[in-house]
Design a binder for this molecule. Structure first.
Ligand code: CMP
Length: 227
């Protein structure tokens, strides 16, 4: 019964080096939670209960401005984890996590997480590597906000979306599950109306095609100058 859970957890780089018996124990202790889209996994400032490992779907990580405006810091997909910060610094949740698609996660309780971090230096190393990568992305996002106009920020948003969550179709197109215009606006720091206008323009130029739940992006839109 727990065999598939073991496989799902072993597939996460964080737990790749766990001994089989540890993985079994973790699989038994981890709680599976399923969400439909637009459900809150937890809200900013809540006390922390555990680490979440994403096995399918996609979530957005967001904070609210003092005026109540949502600002999306990141989107995370299968194989990634969230909820580690509040466990590491003993503070409340630093951001809210809300699903963008139907999503399945496993929750690992704080005590289990702390024991594993103590016992396995490889877990601590991978946590630090992931935190460094997230800091790099946050730095790049700050740079975008200061130096790029909204057209440039939208282009960079699509590049990151395609790199992190896209599927190369091999025919010059990349497929991604389509985020709402509101979520794109909250990611690039503009209004929903502006996003709709800019995407309509990309569609007219044949660079973006929206079909059902999917968006198809031309690969040439996804090549950043200098990268
Ligand atoms: P925690 O603070 O426990 O709860 C919110 C989670 O969102 C946080 O842990 C991280 O896992 C995640 N998170 C916060 N900020 C970022 C960011 N800039 N990029 C990616 N993930 C983040």
């Amino acid at each position: 019964m727990s065999a598939p859970v073991v496989e799902l957890l072993a597939a996460n780089p964080l737990f790749a080096e766990l001994a089989p018996s540890e993985l079994e124990a973790l699989a038994t202790a981890a709680e599976r939670h399923e969400y439909s889209r637009d459900e809150t996994v937890f809200a900013m400032q809540q006390p922390a209960d555990g680490l979440y490992v994403l096995v399918s779907g996609r979530v957005k990580v967001s904070v609210s401005s003092s005026g109540g405006k949502e600002i999306i810091l990141a989107t995370l997909g299968p194989g990634q984890f969230f909820g580690e910060m509040a466990l590491l610094d003993n503070e409340p949740r630093s951001a809210s996590v809300v699903t963008q698609l139907p999503t399945t996660v496993y929750r690992i309780r704080r005590a289990d997480f702390e024991r594993l971090v103590e016992a396995y230096p490889s877990i601590a190393r991978k946590l630090l590597r992931e935190l460094s990568m997230r800091l790099r992305r946050a730095n790049a996002q700050m740079e975008s906000l200061v130096t790029l106009d909204v057209v440039g920020r939208l282009a960079r948003y699509f590049i990151n979306l395609a790199r992190q969550h896209g599927q190369l179709l091999g025919n010059g197109w990349v497929a991604v599950r389509r985020p709402t215009h509101q979520d794109i606006a909250a990611s690039v720091g503009t209004s929903r109306e502006t996003v709709t206008r800019l995407i309509t323009d990309l569609e007219t130029r044949g660079l973006v095609v929206n079909e059902g739940k999917m968006s198809y992006l031309r690969e040439e839109v996804l090549v950043e100058e200098g990268s």
